[in-house]
Design a protein around this ligand. Structure first.
Ligand code: AMP
Length: 192
């Protein structure tokens, strides 16, 4: 299975991705986690992206595409993967298309977790208290929402046009949502 999970900030991508990936026996690959790990370890990449993450802006496409391609080159991703937080721009969509074409691979589905906006803001503010993420202040949350609406939401139309979009209601308990996602997916798997 080669999947993407999309959704607005706070929609639950990062929570759902490991559960879904485990179900299908594929790695969950989160660009946000990779960037945060680099920031924490103060690698050259981390130093470069720290302020960008804290502001809630997007890391430049080329940089993001490079780290994803290197990660997809690893052995555990050869049989499938779940991308969480990538692609986020049309440029990244094209880069992923190129990567997959070069490796004779294709996507099986693009999951979109749908949660209403007020619930999203409440979730993010709650997470800010629990996890203390630097990009979870109210002003940054609002900014990340705007960036998402502007740059990333159009990707849903792109993947809908390709017949890959699978929309799932992201409201509810974690287990409930995971179950909904898994129920929605076999169709995509059967078409492989
Ligand atoms: P996330 O954990 O997916 O919300 O990502 C946290 C932050 O990492 C984002 O707000 C961006 O600053 C950066 N980031 C993650 N994925 C991408 C991406 N595909 N393109 C650009 N920036 C990204």
């Amino acid at each position: 299975m080669r999947l993407i999970i999309m959704g607005a900030p706070g929609a639950g991508k990062g929570t759902q991705a490991p559960h879904i990936a485990e179900h299908f026996g594929i790695p969950a690959i989160s660009t946000g986690d990779m960037f945060r790990a680099n920031v924490k370890q103060k690698t050259p990449l981390g130093v470069k992206v720290e302020a960008i993450l804290a502001a809630g802006d997007y890391v430049p496409d080329e940089l993001t595409e490079q780290i994803v391609a290197s990660r997809l080159d690893e052995d555990d991703a050869a049989g499938g993967f779940l991308l969480d937080g990538f692609p986020r721009t049309m440029h990244q969509v094209a880069a992923l298309d190129d990567y997959l074409a070069a490796h004779g691979q294709q996507l099986d589905g693009v999951l979109s977790l749908e949660v209403d906006r007020e619930a999203l803001i409440a979730r993010l503010l709650n997470r800010a208290q629990l996890e203390g993420r630097a990009d979870d202040t109210e002003a940054t949350i609002r900014h990340r929402m705007e960036v998402y609406e502007l740059d990333t939401k159009p990707l849903l139309d792109e993947y809908r046009g390709r017949g890959l979009l699978i929309q799932v209601n992201g409201d509810g308990e974690v287990d409930q949502v995971t179950e909904r996602v898994i129920k929605a997916l076999p169709q995509a798997a059967d078409q492989k």
